[in-house]
Design a protein around this ligand. Sequence first.
Ligand code: SPD
Length: 380
Amino acid sequence: MKKKWVILLVTAVLFLAACSGGPGGGPDTESSSEEADTADAAQLADELSVYNWADYIDEELLAQYEEEYGVRIIYDTFASNEDLLAKLQAGATGYDVIVPSDYMVAQMIELGLLAEIDLDDIPNFANIDEDFRNAPFDPDNRHCVPYQWGTTGIAYRAGHPLFTETAPDSWAYLFEPELLEQYAEGGINVLNDQRELIAAALFYLGHSPNATDRTQLEEARDLIARAKPYWKTFNSEDYDDSLLIADEVVLSQSWSGDAANAYWSTYSDETEDGNWYYAIPKEGAVKWMDNLCVTASSEKVETAVHFINYLLDAENGAAITNFTYYASPNEAAKAYIEPDILSDPGIYPPPEVEANLQWLTELGDGLFVWDEMWTAIKGQ
Ligand code: SPD
């Protein structure tokens, strides 16, 4: 029996999407994207260092690239944009390709941490959906190209008595003590990510997720302080495997793809269902996009750009999404992405959900207040 794809998605109206289908079969024809094999392999460096989010690529692709082009990939992972930034600011110069999110791209451009790229060297950029090009955080894609995108919502354990009748369709399920005390024993996880956690609190309070007003941020800090005693863990790195799939928690703030991974990893042919569902809170949620960029300190820009072009190939882009369960900004890849993923509203949200999503943006000087709040939250 083939996998069935079921993700519960909640907006103002709750709906369940269940669809079936086999593994993605693209057309039998050659990929429409240009192959990345035009570069003279002799000009490529022997090694390339790639720094990415945890569990965010099918490492088979890296092995294929190594084999095809004779470039050894040194691969390392980080847990948050802030960790990535701290590493670069601490003077780490070894990284060539990095994968910051939207607001962090803007921050890094301002800090001079990213190299400029020439899109003529990335012919597979033509595969990227127009809607994801030329984003405000990097006009004309002068520094980065889109990698994957998603949303931030709530993953919850199917079958938990409290969530069978009512899905946790509000950030209240993360912040309100009278709700938390009903399932805290089963375990609650939040993302160890300052922009994401404070943004969730701001959404719940009816403020902008990019607020820089001190009073609003203090309100968010206090809301979090009241809820924190009920939370078991702050984990944004391996929570899908170590907490959700392992049944160590019953509810978690979650990125869309990680929730889908938990669903499929617990899927049973017998029940035709998985153990984890995903809800987008009705107060609003974050939509984000991660990007492939070259560091300003890289001495292997040509190889870095060649590798980026390889990842933007239609079939390779699909292999990434089929592994991570995150949405792809690669339009040409859709022909090779599993139909169950493409039709999942938890991964590709429908327009009425999209309308309730917001991007995180650069905070400018407001960042100092956010840092202060985060230090207080983590120190409490
Ligand atoms: N496990 C991979 C997670 C990648 C998530 N990137 C999210 C960035 C949101 N600000």
